[in-house]
Ligand binder design. Structure first.
Ligand code: PLP
Length: 415
């Protein structure tokens, strides 16, 4: 009997749970909790949990709708028709993509639930999913929970963006050809968490062409669609002509609309995939609370500037973090999108590995980051900062890290 090692009480783990390892970030979280208990102020860049508030008119609509007598019954698991129309209109306005709200759109409880149930709907034991690494953990574990096998494809971390896109395509083709049986789905995520890599539409054209030739389904997690800056606009894979023959996109209101806790996402695109997910979800849930859906309609119909405001906030924070780190000798580059900085660990700390380095940063500088290893073995050697702290606290974090680096370098000299 395999037992859970970390919690005080030991429980038997059932077979499906045994396939889910203990959360790698738990080690850093434990230290964080201990230091906080001792009264230390931890500047927390660990989790990509948005700290901004949705625009007031969205919250007002939620309250107004919740006061109505008629909005408290079971809702519709695929999302109410007006909400599906709103996501369809949003895609038309923003990407010039036509989405049929009846057959090509379904609401999900955020992108994470959407992906998880999608994998259960699409995959069976023996099927193979191609998943990038480093990756957001559920990209790997959703196929695992579905009982499928995972083949990882490494995301290049060095070189120009063009070189990375070219190399990543090659890695996908090679992994596909090496695999038996042939993979059934490919999970993509651009702008990417954690690496912040971005792609242009030509990348999607190539991958759609390949998927059509091979009969491969593409699931594109577009969670960071709206957090772009410095002139970059992330393309939707559905902008590629014919993409809907093989692809769906997961759109989320978590990041751009700052609605993380509301749990609102969508699967849009291929109607066979949408149909199958709809069938599964009709057994599992009765849909999100109607007032949340009503307020989400208002959000999607709003002027896009409410989203740009959030993107600007993260962009400014990244400017401060990047400039500050470069000043203290940690060479990093600002990404074009996401709310993250994916930073190669400075040379003198590389030998520690990302977990030990993150622990040291936490105990010595009171700065929490996510160790790259938590995103899979290809993430080793890096850490991820999520800029969910305000500008003043980012500056404080830089000062703390400067002091810690100075102390560490002096100690090295003494040895
Ligand atoms: C790549 C990626 N996909 C999905 C999610 C979760 O999105 P949602 O809140 O819509 O479930 C996140 C959140 O951090 C993410 O980074």
């Amino acid at each position: 009997m395999q037992e859970n090692q970390n919690s005080e009480k030991k429980y038997e783990e059932f077979p499906r749970i045994k396939r889910l390892p203990q959360y790698v970030f738990a080690q850093v979280n434990e230290i964080k909790a201990k230091l906080r208990k001792q009264g230390e102020d931890i500047i927390d860049f660990g989790m990509g949990n948005p700290d901004l508030k949705p625009a007031s008119h969205i919250i007002d609509k939620l309250c107004e709708s919740a006061k109505k007598k008629t909005t408290h019954r079971y809702s519709m698991s695929q999302g109410i028709p007006r909400l599906r129309k709103a996501i369809s209109d949003f895609y038309k306005r923003r990407y010039d993509v036509d989405i049929n709200p009846e057959t090509e759109a379904i609401m999900t409880i955020g992108a994470k639930e959407g992906l998880s149930h999608l994998m259960i709907a699409m995959l069976a034991p023996g099927d193979i999913a191609l998943v990038p690494s480093p990756r957001y953990p559920i990209h790997y574990y959703a196929p695992v929970i579905a009982g499928a096998s995972v083949l990882t494809v490494s995301i290049p971390l060095e070189g120009t963006n063009e070189e990375k896109q070219e190399q990543f395509l090659k890695n996908i083709y090679d992994s596909y050809e090496d695999s038996y049986p042939e993979p059934k789905v490919l999970i993509l995520n651009f702008p990417n968490n954690p690496t912040t890599m971005t792609v242009d539409i030509d990348f999607f054209k190539e991958i759609v062409k390949f998927a059509k030739k091979k009969g491969l389904w593409i699931i594109h997690d577009f969670a960071y669609a709206d957090l772009c800056f410095d002139g970059y606009k992330a393309p939707s894979i559905l902008e590629v002509e014919g993409a809907k023959d093989v692809a769906v996109e997961l759109y989320s209101m978590t990041k751009g609309f700052s609605m993380a806790g509301w749990r609102v996402g969508f699967v849009v695109g291929n109607e066979t995939i949408v149909y199958n997910l709809k069938r599964l979800k009709s057994y599992l849930d009765y849909g999100t609370f109607t007032p949340i859906q009503v307020a989400s309609i208002i959000a999607l119909d709003s002027d896009y500037s409410i989203v740009e405001k959030a993107a600007n906030t993260y962009s400014k924070r990244l400017d401060i973090l990047v400039q500050g780190l470069n000043k203290i000798g940690w060479n990093v580059e600002k990404p074009l999108a996401t709310m993250f900085l994916w930073a190669k660990i400075p040379e003198e700390f590389q030998h520690l590995g990302s977990m030990e380095f993150s622990k040291l940063l936490l105990t010595e500088a009171h700065v929490a980051v996510a160790p790259g290893i938590g995103f899979g073995e290809h993430g080793e050697g890096y850490v991820r900062f999520a800029v969910v702290e305000n500008e003043k606290r980012i500056r404080q974090a830089i000062r703390n890290m400067k002091k810690f680096f100075k102390k560490y370098r002096e100690e090295l000299k003494l040895k």
